[in-house]
Design a binder for this molecule. Structure first.
Ligand SMILES: O=P(O)(O)O[C@H]1O[C@H](CO)[C@@H](O)[C@H]1O
Length: 202
């Protein structure tokens, strides 16, 4: 279970555990999910065939800490549509992060200077690379569904006194170490890609 003390949720294994737990307990297979904001749990009250799970009972699921967020996952039908409602969501100010971030591209081939790294940081970037953005831009332009997987190979120094210089050899070394893990992620994703609507239609 997640809490303020352990706010970083959503590793692949945790999501898998949560998903399997829920799938084995409900016959609902919703195509529509609704996240209820503060005080809006009522949105889920009129569903039919209702099935309710409390966040604290769901393995590896975050807990709601804000008043007005009931912390319940409600499955049920609205008209004839199977839906799931989150009665309670999670906020950065609760200490929750999504473990995802903003990827920024620099043109390279040089690595960014500390001044450039600071600028990217101020602009909201969490990670930096020299690729992916052009490919994703063109793919989206062509109407393709895109999943970008970026392996974070090194820390980017923001501090002149602790200049940790990155080099391509280090990048390759870490990539080699993590390739097997990435291969598993990719294989699992491809094996389940039919569940992602429209992924094979382009
Ligand atoms: O993006 P790929 O091709 O993985 O290469 C990464 O490795 C190089 C830096 O070492 C940069 O080109 C960076 O983007």
């Amino acid at each position: 279970m997640h809490s303020r003390e352990n706010p970083c949720c959503c590793s692949f294994d945790e999501c898998k555990l949560t998903t399997e737990w829920l799938l084995s307990r409900t016959r609902h297979r919703p195509k529509i999910a609704v996240v209820c904001g503060s005080g809006l749990s009522l949105l889920a009250e009129s569903v039919s065939n209702k099935q309710v799970f409390h966040y604290e009972d769901i393995p590896s699921f975050p807990v709601s800490t804000v008043p007005g967020h009931d912390g319940r996952l409600v499955f049920g039908y609205v008209k004839d549509k199977s839906c799931v409602f989150m009665q309670g969501r999670f906020h950065l100010y609760e200490g929750y992060s999504l473990c995802q971030g903003v990827y920024c591209m620099v043109s390279g081939p040089n690595f960014e200077t500390i001044a450039e790294a600071r600028m990217l940081h101020v602009l909201g970037s969490d990670s930096v690379g020299m690729s992916t953005v052009p490919e994703v831009t063109v793919a989206k332009h062509c109407g393709l569904h895109v999943l970008g997987l970026s392996l974070i190979t090194n820390k980017v120094s923001l501090d002149y006194s602790r200049e940790e210089k990155v080099n391509h050899e280090e990048v390759l070394q870490i990539s080699k170490m993590r390739a097997e893990m990435l291969q598993k992620v990719l294989t699992t994703f491809i094996a389940h890609s039919h569940q992602v609507e429209g992924i094979n239609s382009n």
